[in-house]
Design a protein around this ligand. Structure first.
Ligand SMILES: NC(=O)c1ccc[n+]([C@@H]2O[C@H](COP(=O)([O-])OP(=O)(O)OC[C@H]3O[C@@H](n4cnc5c(N)ncnc54)[C@H](OP(=O)(O)O)[C@@H]3O)[C@@H](O)[C@H]2O)c1
Length: 338
């Protein structure tokens, strides 16, 4: 009988995630009851948010993963058995499949069937057309509402979310300045994705470069990092600026809370606002986002990159790539062929 390989949460990380924070086990195949569907995971999305899900003492938007529980994660997979008339073996679905080979979902779970015959690789459904693309779409257009001619700055510019944010802002006629952690990443977003400029925050003075690349100041900032970069941006905003707080990866491994940005008073003098959001709140509008992103993708207006690491057993090590910046685009684990 086939076993279900699983990776569970073994310890709550202190500081950076360690491989020993996870454990490997083999479980029996899950039973499929009436109305349920058995899925074999093909690709698992690794996300910075997982660091928060591993932590207990935070007042967060979602409960933490319990110790000993299969690590939570979004996947794209293939239906292998169905007791639900809406799904048939061979269908491709996205859902909360977790760090394991197989899972079962029922009609209450958030799962999306990928329409047959779509000329788009399945990996797109856990990247540009998945939660990261939707995060870029709603976090930029709904929270920050950029207008043509405005200047948009985005951090983690070459990452899964940031690379899509910058391209959507270009589609909307904005000047786009990225911030990323290497010359290679900066080259990709300016030469291949059409950003107007990019700052390498590891080698350049961010505050100085923002003044140079944003001569009309910053109207929209899509913040994925928090910390010193957020502070530098606040020092360069326009009247009426909108800052969309998507993430703060500089803070996720911190063992103590960092002080707030010293330049926060710019929000007052520039009559501006910062607003956080969680993509899951947009679930009722996901189809709108997927349709628009798919159209841009098929028209060649949107490009994306996936960084695929093969083997479920390599997920505990691979997640570190998100925090040392060695991922090149959306980080995925390939669990099975298909
Ligand atoms: N609000 C929501 O609903 C929502 C949903 C999805 C994602 N997010 C957030 O979106 C952000 C991006 O996520 P993603 O999935 O697209 O990841 P990603 O950008 O593909 O990968 C993470 C990147 O973060 C950068 N980074 C890591 N440590 C850093 C540090 N100390 N300072 C500056 N940059 C650092 C690295 O790029 P460099 O090489 O450029 O440093 C790394 O490649 C995260 O903050 C995530 O939590 C929010």
């Amino acid at each position: 009988m086939t076993m279900n390989r699983q990776i569970t949460l073994a310890a709550r990380p202190v500081g950076a995630i360690k491989e020993s924070d996870f454990a490997y086990r083999e479980a029996p195949m899950p039973a499929v009851n009436g109305g349920e569907v058995l899925v074999r995971n093909l690709y698992l999305s690794l996300d910075p948010a997982m660091r928060g899900w591993m932590t207990e003492n935070r007042d967060s938007y979602i409960p933490p993963v319990e110790l000993g529980e299969v690590m939570r994660g979004l996947t794209v997979g293939e239906v292998v058995e169905s007791k639900n008339p809406a799904y048939a073996p061979g269908d491709k679905v996205t859902g909360r499949g977790g760090w394991q080979d197989y899972y079962v979902f029922n009609s209450q779970d958030l799962a999306m069937k990928i329409p047959d015959g779509v000329p788009i690789p399945v990996t797109a459904f856990v990247s540009v057309l998945g939660m990261t693309g939707l995060t870029a779409y709603f976090g930029l257009l709904d929270v920050a509402a950029p207008k043509p001619g405005e200047t948009v700055v985005v951090s983690t510019a070459a990452g899964a979310v940031g690379s899509i944010v910058g391209q959507i802002a270009k589609i909307h006629g904005c000047r786009v300045v990225g911030i990323a952690g290497s010359a290679e990443k900066c080259r990709w977003v300016t030469e291949d994705l059409g950003f107007d400029a990019c700052i390498n925050y590891k080698t350049e003075n961010v505050a100085e470069k923002l003044r140079e690349y944003c001569p009309k100041k910053i109207d929209v900032y899509f913040d994925n990092v928090g910390g010193a970069i957020l502070n530098d941006v606040l020092g360069c905003i326009n009247v009426g600026a909108r800052i969309s707080i998507c993430g703060a990866i500089t803070q996720y491994n911190a063992t103590e809370l960092a002080p707030g940005p010293a330049n926060y008073l710019s929000l007052l003098t520039k009559r501006s606002r910062m607003q956080g959001f969680i993509v899951l709140d947009y679930a009722p509008r996901f189809m709108e986002g997927v349709m628009q992103l798919s159209q841009w993708l098929l028209e060649g207006k949107l490009k994306y990159k996936v960084d695929v690491v093969t083997g479920l057993e390599n997920a505990p090590k691979a997640i570190g790539k998100l925090f040392d910046g060695s991922n090149q685009g959306k980080l995925l684990i390939q669990i099975a062929n298909g």
